[in-house]
Design a protein around this ligand. Structure first.
Ligand code: HEM
Length: 316
């Protein structure tokens, strides 16, 4: 028993006396043991990261090629689950959708990102605005690229949204049950153009100034809401309370107009567009996914054993 006790490493029988070197080594070994175990575990984890709890908490399903795992992979991912796990192959052919809805959305993301970066340099005031644009063009590193990405992205988005609407029309996708989503789309089209229009004034250059002058003069002729439009005067509209006045924050294109355009462009319209986009995408799902020709079945996918004789004969 006494011998056994002597062999227990780390036990100090005679405190105060100098300890033998072997005892010290044993104690160090015992104390290092938990570190060794941890190190072994860490090395194992590095060799097989997919076995770790951390990995399993991020990737919750197996990533093999079975249809079940692939579906689970889509459903359990916050971004991918926005797409259906299974779709009609022909409905997503580029030749059918032109990918224009997706490209429009992609451009909206690019515009939001570059727009936020531009906001770091831009002040919406008559004194600063145009100078900020010159500063971006000539001094800010990559400023010219940033500004042009935003500007060309905006032009492109107008084109792609129109093309998207055109293909939706050509494929008859505005018909039952997609009437509501068509209406949401029309609102998105108007909002996209308003985004472009309000952005046009922001550089406060001659081009923007005159474009907004012309545009808001047209607003003056709106039915009922414009002071010069049909039924406008009857509704009590004057140049100082009509829709043009509301857009400009005054009766001329000046600093109030710039500030209003800035707030509409950078805050209000993007928030409204984002909200309508969520509804738009949600509706695409609820209306049965992207419309399309009836699914084609490949020869290899046909379960001949499940077809009755007459069907097989009928196919020749
Ligand atoms: C900001 C603008 C818009 C974005 C980002 C957008 C995005 C999308 C996306 C990604 C789809 C899925 C199918 C596809 O890519 O073609 C889609 C479908 C659809 N969009 Fe848009 N869209 C916009 C504007 C419009 C406009 C202006 C209209 C029509 C007035 C419209 C009507 C529809 C309809 C009816 C569908 C369902 C089509 C189908 O099921 O085949 N959208 N949209």
């Amino acid at each position: 028993m006494a011998d056994e006790q002597q062999n227990i490493p780390g036990q100090d029988e005679n405190p105060g006396e100098p300890k033998p070197a072997a005892g010290l080594l044993d104690r160090v070994k015992v104390e290092l043991e938990p570190f060794k175990v941890k190190l072994d575990q860490d090395i194992k984890a590095l060799k097989q990261p997919e076995k770790t709890q951390l990995y399993k908490s991020v990737f919750r399903v197996k990533h093999d090629e079975t249809p079940r795992s692939r579906s689970l992979g889509v459903i359990s991912n916050v971004f991918l689950h926005l797409h259906p796990a299974r779709i009609n192959r022909d409905a997503v052919r580029y030749s059918y959708t032109w990918g224009m809805g997706g490209i429009s959305f992609y451009l909206f993301i690019v515009l939001t990102f570059t727009g936020i970066l531009l906001m770091f340099y831009y002040h919406p005031s008559k004194i600063q605005a145009f100078r900020d644009v010159l500063y971006l063009e000539h001094d800010v590193p990559f400023g010219k690229l940033l500004r042009n990405m935003h500007r060309w992205g905006a032009h492109l988005m107008i084109i792609t949204v129109w093309l998207h609407m055109f293909r939706v029309y050509l494929t008859g996708s505005y018909k039952k049950p997609r009437e509501f989503n068509w209406c949401v789309g029309v609102i998105l089209l108007v909002l996209t153009q308003l985004l472009s229009f309000t952005g046009y004034l922001l550089p406060d250059d001659q081009l923007g100034f005159w474009a907004v002058t012309v545009g808001t003069n047209m607003a003056r002729a709106s039915p009922m809401l414009g002071s010069e439009g049909p039924l406008g005067p009857e509704m009590g509209m004057t140049p100082f309370n009509d829709v043009r006045f509301a857009l400009l924050g005054g009766s001329i294109v000046d600093s109030n107009a710039l500030l209003r355009a800035y707030i509409w462009h950078c805050v209000a319209i993007p928030v409204v567009v984002s909200t309508f986009l969520v509804v738009h995408f949600w509706r695409v799902r609820k209306d049965g996914g992207i419309s399309g020709p009836s699914p084609v079945m490949l020869e290899k996918e046909i379960r001949w054993d499940r077809l009755d004789e007459s069907t097989v004969k009928g196919r020749g």
